[in-house]
Structures are given as structure tokens and as C-alpha cells.
Design a protein around this ligand. Structure first.
Ligand SMILES: Nc1ncnc2c1ncn2[C@@H]1O[C@H](COP(=O)(O)OP(=O)(O)OP(=O)(O)O)[C@@H](O)[C@H]1O
Ligand SMILES: [Mg+2]
Length: 620
């Protein structure tokens, strides 16, 4: 028998806990560490409409946290109520959460903080001539009296966790707790650039920011350190994203530089962090994390903030769509003319190394970002021009060597000997929109259009072409299959097998004919005909693994399938394309819905303008 069951009947009597005990227990969840006090109090100040918030912290918050705001204040007769459990002015019914416009709603922050500290609040609404001072110790009211005060609220929480020794013991070192506080305060200041903020820690001013700033100004001061950022605004159907993000060469090896907000709320959201990185595609080094802030606005009905007392976790009803929108927003922003890695004076072309090809060019990135938002998307203009002229080029006798790329499937059917020599194949004329002027490393196709040089990555370009094609085929159930003369068997891992079984229909529609063969063995009878014939076992294994990975990061099944087949079938670095194949690849790329990047988000081409070259050679 346990000790508990040995207790007397009287001791086991069920009765409500005293409010002070409840508050202390709740404080365990809401107030995990000193930075949580800062968060709760600053959120209260923001909810009170303050446009100036000053934060003072001593001894990493354990000795003192003082928040001063110029918000609406609390009327004298309500100040004690504010410290009551579940007392809030922000909602009055559960349904109000559906349209929540405030940070707070649980009515537990003040009683929780008061129960684990010595707390003093002075508050005065504008309509009152004087303020009210209220003092609690360990949740017990000590005094409540009128006092002279400025409009707004001051809260001082001292001796944090003095009466919960276990919690105090578990606090990390002073430096760690201080770091949490400065990160949190930084986040709050980034999330609300219009509000003036200051943070003073142990007598030192960490930052002091005026009200009315833009996101770019805030990020510049708080995260900048002379580094370059790009600002953008993106309107999706479900979500709008305002962002200020680092140039692709401004990376670090952890996610600490990422500040994510949903409807003004600073959140911890692995799904958004993933999208943040995914938006850069391979513009950043593998393992590198971009930095910056993303402020998402989503209909309140689409989110649930009532997941955890600290409210830093949020549930999104359509998280995949939000993920994809964020990826698209970042990709679009980086794709703007001057941001696509470009050879500009003083900057290098590709800011990060490409691990496959080992070309490490770490530029300052300074020019990569210059002029963002102001210059028109010249690449777009070029491409529509290019598309026009391509069509002209192929429309008649001017074409010396007709196409051998299957324009429906992207399949390169044969490799005719080219009659086009690098750099000299066309005369200038109205129909000579672009010329293949060379290739580099059996990977990059060098095209000239007007005065600009375009460098096309043959792999990413082909991936994009095949991706859109495969997607269409799967959706229309029209993928052609290549039947194997000799079927091959393959043993799948349990994870691969269960994926295959759950998505057999999609595999079938994509051109795979794969039948169970006992145990975890399968018999491969046909593979998608698109792209180049590779080992069928490798193809299936790779596709299964790719899809498993993509599904984990929230991709839709059909898109994941198309992405994988495209990637595994596209021409690779090292595959030598004939001039004709190269030109037709570009032509097909121009027909794509999204021609600027491959499905992973890597650019399909970059532009180097004549002007840039001239500048670099000192010709301007
Ligand atoms: N700085 C402030 N200025 C004006 N009113 C405040 C301030 N801080 C708190 N209040 C008032 O006190 C009430 C209780 O605050 P408390 O933080 O405990 O709960 P909440 O903000 O409503 O919800 P949550 O527990 O989710 O933060 C608030 O609803 C608000 O009306
Ligand atoms: Mg609150």
C-alpha cells in the first residue's frame, strides 16, 4: 500500500486549493524563467496601447524586472481585480478567442508573477488625477493606496522565485538568463517597430529605440551589425508576410537569428523556421541558417493560440499552406532582379559555396541587396523578350538544326551535331533575341541577350521543366511509363514500404508499376519514362526517400513525387548538352509557370549586365 492511501480519511478530503497555491502552480507554467516575466509584462503594456515601453533588468531579472509603459493604465477600483485569477479585460467569452486581437486573454500573468515575487505596481489612467500603488508579496496583498504617478503603468517584480527555491535552483547561469531576456526584448521590439522600446540591463543601456520605426530600421539596428537585409511584403490568399531578411551570405549555424511572428505574437514555430530556410533554397550553404524577421498576418479564425500557457506555440489549421506561402514569399523576394545572385561591382556572383561543384565565392553581399524594391524586374522583361524571340527563331528556315527535345515531355530525344559555334552562331537582328555563347564546367550555359549575359544552371533549369511536366502528367493521369525488359526486385525498408503502400495510386499515376513480391520485396516492372533512364532500383529508392523527407517538411504528396522524379531525371552537372539541347532547354524553361527557380528554390539562372561588367573593368 502506498503512503497516499494510508492517509486518514480527513487528509484525503477533496477540496479546492487556496488561490495562492493555485497561482503558484500556474506560475510554474507561465513564468518558467525571468524572461517570461518580461514577456508577460511587455505584452500587457502593448495590450494597453503603449507606444513607449522601458525595460530595466537587474541581475538577469532575479533581483528586479521593471517595466514602465505609457498605456491606458488600470482604474483604481480595478487594480486589485487585475491580480485575481482569470481576471482579464481582454475576452469575456471563449468564442472571443476566435477574433483575438490582444496578446493576453488568460488572466493569469499578473497573479502568477505576484505569487512568485515581491511585486509593486503603480498605475494611472489619464482620467484619474492620481495613480494607485499596489504591493504583493508571494501573492499576498500588502497594501493598495493612491500615489502620485504619470499616466501609464509601472510594474516592478523583485526577488523572483524567492519563495519557490526549486525553481530558483533550476535557473541557468546569470549569463544564460540574461541572454534569454535580451533575446526576448529584441523580439518584442522587432515585432512592434512602431512602439518605442528601451532595455537596460545591470545599468547598461542595451538598446533605446524611438517609436514609429519601420521593420527594416528595427532589424537594421537590432540584428544588422553592418550586414545587409532585404525588406519585402507578400500578399498570399491565406497569409500576408512582411519580412526583413538577411542577404544569402548573412548566415549563421543556428536558428537564433530568426525572429518569427504570427499576428504580432513572437512564436516558436519549427514549421516556419523550416520555411524560412527553404525559401533560400540552395542560395545558402548547407547547414547555414538565414537571419531576419518574418511577420505573418493570418485570419485569427485560422489560428489557435490557446495551446500552451506561454502562448509561444500556435496551432495553424492550414499549416502547409502557410509554410508554402512563406517559402514563396522569401523566394520571390530573393528573386527580385537585384537579389538573384548577380555579378555586381565589388560583390561576388554566388554568395555561398555550391557543395557539389566546390566553387566557394563569399562576397560581401553588399551589392546583392542594393536597390531592392526600386528597380524593375529586368530579368522578367528579358525573359518575355527572350521567349518571343525564341519562338521567332524556331518558326522558320532561320533554324539551322531543328529541335530534338520533345517539347511535351522535356525528354532530349537525340543529340544532333551542332552547327552552332559558341559566340558566333547568330547575327544580330530582330529575331536573334538570344545566343548561346558558351558553357562552363558542363553545368552552366552562357546565353547572351541584348547587353546582358545570362548564366543558366542546366540542372536546376531542367528540374524546373520536368517538375512542371510531371506535375501536369500526374494530375491528368497521363504519365508515360517505360516498361522494363527485365523486371527488377528491390527490398524496401519498413518506412519506405509503408509510404509506398499508402501512396500506391500516386506511384501508379506517375509511371511506376511496382508490385508486392513477398515480405518487403517489390517487383519493379516499369518506371516513369520522363527524363533519362537510370537504374530503376535507384530511381524507386531515391524517390521513396525524397518523398519521406519532403513529407516530413510538410510537402503535398503529389508535389513531392513530381519534385523527386524531376530531380532524379534531370540532366546533371557534367552531362554535356549539345548547343541545340541547351537552347531548347532554355526555351522550355521560358514556358514554365515559374521559370526563376527549381522546385527546391535554387535559381535557374543569374544575370550579369554589361553595365556591371563595365563597372568591374573600370569602364564607367
Ligand atoms: N500595463 C498594463 N496597463 C493596463 N492594464 C493592464 C496592464 N497590465 C495588466 N493590465 C490589466 O490587468 C488585466 C490582467 O492582466 P494579466 O496579464 O494577468 O491578464 P491578461 O493580460 O488579460 O491575460 P494573460 O494572462 O493571457 O496575459 C489585463 O486584462 C488588463 O486589463
Ligand atoms: Mg497579460
Amino acid at each position: 500500500m502506498s503512503d497516499a492511501s494510508n492517509k486518514t480519511r480527513r487528509e484525503r478530503w477533496i477540496r479546492p486549493l487556496p488561490e495562492r497555491v493555485v497561482n503558484k502552480i500556474a506560475a510554474g507554467e507561465v513564468i518558467e524563467r525571468p524572461s517570461a516575466v518580461v514577456k508577460e509584462l511587455v505584452e500587457n503594456s502593448l495590450d494597453a496601447g503603449a507606444d513607449r515601453i522601458d525595460i530595466v533588468v537587474e541581475k538577469s531579472g532575479v533581483k528586479l524586472i521593471r517595466i514602465v509603459d505609457n498605456g491606458c493604465g488600470i482604474p483604481e477600483e480595478q487594480i486589485e481585480i487585475a491580480f485575481g485569477r482569470h481576471a482579464t479585460s481582454k475576452i469575456s467569452a471563449f468564442d472571443d478567442l476566435e477574433t483575438l486581437g490582444s496578446y493576453g486573454f488568460r488572466g493569469e500573468a499578473l497573479p502568477s508573477i505576484a505569487s512568485v515575487s515581491r511585486l509593486r505596481m503603480v498605475s494611472r489612467p489619464a482620467a484619474q488625477a492620481a495613480g494607485t500603488e499596489i504591493i504583493y508579496e508571494g501573492g499576498v496583498l500588502q497594501s493598495c493606496q493612491p500615489t502620485a504617478a504619470a499616466v501609464g503603468t509601472v510594474v516592478e517584480a523583485g526577488d523572483l522565485f524567492y519563495n519557490t527555491p526549486a525553481r530558483r535552483k533550476f535557473l541557468k547561469t546569470e549569463t544564460t538568463e540574461a541572454r534569454h531576456i535580451s533575446r526576448l526584448a529584441t523580439a518584442m521590439a522587432i515585432g512592434r517597430p512602431k512602439v518605442g522600446f528601451s532595455l537596460k540591463m545591470n545599468g547598461r543601456v542595451v538598446f533605446n529605440l524611438p517609436a514609429g520605426q519601420s521593420l527594416a530600421e528595427r532589424v537594421g539596428v537590432l540584428l544588422g551589425g553592418g550586414r545587409k537585409f532585404l525588406s519585402f511584403a507578400f500578399e498570399g490568399g491565406l497569409v500576408t508576410v512582411e519580412g526583413c531578411i538577411g542577404a544569402p551570405d548573412v548566415v549563421q549555424n543556428n536558428r537564433n537569428g530568426q525572429y518569427l511572428f504570427i499576428n504580432g505574437r513572437y512564436v516558436f514555430a519549427p514549421m516556419l523556421s523550416h520555411a524560412f530556410v527553404a525559401g533560400y533554397g540552395e542560395l545558402i550553404v548547407p547547414g547555414g541558417f538565414p537571419i531576419g524577421a518574418l511577420l505573418l498576418s493570418i485570419e485569427p479564425t485560422e489560428i489557435d493560440v490557446n495551446v500552451h500557457p506561454s502562448k509561444t506555440e500556435i496551432k495553424l489549421s492550414r499549416d502547409r499552406e502557410v509554410h508554402d506561402a512563406v517559402v514563396a514569399a522569401i523566394r520571390d523576394a530573393l528573386r527580385q532582379d537585384s537579389v538573384i545572385p548577380e555579378l555586381s561591382s565589388g560583390a561576388t556572383m554566388r554568395p555561398e559555396s555550391d557543395s557539389r561543384h566546390g566553387n566557394t565565392n563569399r562576397g560581401s553581399g553588399a551589392h546583392v541587396i542594393a536597390g531592392i524594391g526600386s528597380s524593375p524586374p529586368a530579368a522578367t522583361e528579358f525573359l518575355s523578350e527572350l521567349y518571343q524571340s525564341t519562338k521567332l527563331d524556331n518558326s522558320g528556315a532561320a533554324e539551322p538544326n531543328p529541335a530534338t527535345v520533345d517539347t511535351e515531355t522535356g525528354e532530349i530525344l537525340e543529340k544532333p551535331e551542332s552547327t552552332v559555334s559558341s559566340g558566333t552562331e547568330r547575327e544580330h537582328g530582330p529575331s536573334a533575341g538570344f545566343r548561346l555563347v558558351g558553357r562552363f564546367s558542363d553545368l552552366y550555359l552562357l546565353m547572351q541577350a541584348g547587353d546582358d549575359l545570362y548564366i543558366v544552371d542546366q540542372h536546376t533549369a531542367h528540374e524546373r521543366v520536368l517538375y512542371e511536366e510531371v506535375l501536369r502528367q500526374i494530375e491528368a493521369n497521363s504519365a508515360s511509363a517505360q516498361t522494363l525488359l527485365f523486371p527488377v526486385q528491390l527490398e524496401l525498408s519498413p518506412e519506405q514500404l509503408s509510404l509506398f503502400e499508402s501512396a500506391a495510386g500516386i506511384f501508379q499515376r506517375s509511371g511506376f508499376t511496382v508490385a508486392p513480391f513477398g515480405g518487403r520485396m517489390v517487383n519493379i516492372e516499369a518506371v516513369p519514362a520522363i527524363g533519362r533512364a537510370r537504374s530503376p532500383e535507384k530511381m524507386l529508392r531515391h524517390v521513396l526517400d525524397d518523398i519521406l523527407g519532403l513529407r516530413k517538411s510538410g510537402h503535398d504528396m503529389i508535389k513531392a513525387m513530381a519534385q523527386s522524379i524531376a530531380c532524379r531525371s534531370a540532366v546533371m552537372a557534367g552531362d554535356r548538352l549539345s548547343d541545340e539541347e541547351a537552347r531548347h532547354l532554355v526555351e522550355r524553361l521560358l514556358r514554365c509557370d515559374d521559370r526563376y527557380s527549381c522546385p527546391h528554390g535554387r535559381p535557374t539562372f543569374i544575370r550579369i549586365s554589361r553595365e556591371d561588367l563595365d563597372r568591374r573593368f573600370g569602364r564607367d
